[in-house]
Design a protein around this ligand. Structure first.
Ligand code: URA
Length: 215
């Protein structure tokens, strides 16, 4: 079901996503379990986000008879994690779509301005493809909007761009939708707000640090 305020947003608040996310948020959860949960949550988000993928008919033979089945052309999908925390999600999507192409976008947040600075960009062919951009935290939305700019510059089309995040802040959703109203956003939780350091409240802290145990 679409969100009542933003039609581009889908909050995947399944009992399993709520359960796994509550463990991830907990400060007591260490990096190994955090990585495993991020992978599992991404599987659940990707399951929902891939609902719109087109299938084509294929002739198959079961042990009983011939029939017409349906398959996805997963070669027509591109997965683009935003470094570094997005790396914790791409394995989840790739498990479901093993023939997808993978690219990487490197953005870091300037310590003073909090604006995204681009430091790496390797985008596969995205024209005519469904593109899944991955970042666990949709906070200010600046990096997300920049990543979508980069995908569109490479030939991606908005309606076929999916932004998957585990936790989103309302400010980030507003920012991304204001810059790219054609993008589809899937998240496991819509939190309250950003704090003065642009961290999501209540959030889970710094996703990259929790994944890779950097202080
Ligand atoms: N990035 C994070 O890792 N956490 C936040 O709360 C916001 C941005």
């Amino acid at each position: 079901m679409k969100h009542e305020k933003w039609e581009q947003l889908r909050v995947v608040d399944h009992p399993l996503t709520k359960h796994k996310l509550s463990i991830m948020r907990d400060t007591q959860t260490g990096p190994k379990e955090f990585r495993e949960l991020l992978y599992e949550l991404t599987l659940l988000l990707a399951y929902e986000a891939t609902y719109c993928l087109k299938t084509h008919e294929v002739q198959i033979e079961t042990p009983i008879c011939r029939m017409v089945g349906e398959k996805i052309e997963d070669k027509d999908v591109a997965i683009v994690p935003i470094l570094r925390a997005g790396l914790g999600m791409f394995e989840g999507v790739l498990t479901l779509l093993p023939n997808a192409s993978v690219g990487y976008i490197g953005l870091y947040r300037d310590a003073v301005t909090h604006l995204p600075i681009e430091y790496y960009c390797k985008i596969p062919v995205v024209r005519e493809k469904d593109v899944f951009i991955l970042d666990p935290m949709l906070a200010t939305g600046q990096s997300a909007a920049r990543a979508v700019d980069m995908i569109k510059r490479a030939g991606g089309t908005g309606e076929r761009i999916f932004f998957l995040s585990i936790i989103s802040a309302p400010e980030g959703i507003e920012e991304l939708i204001s810059k790219h109203p054609d993008v589809n956003i899937f998240t496991a939780a819509l939190d309250e707000r950003l704090n003065e350091n642009d961290y999501i409240v209540p959030g889970l802290g710094d996703a990259g640090d929790r994944l890779y145990k950097t202080p």
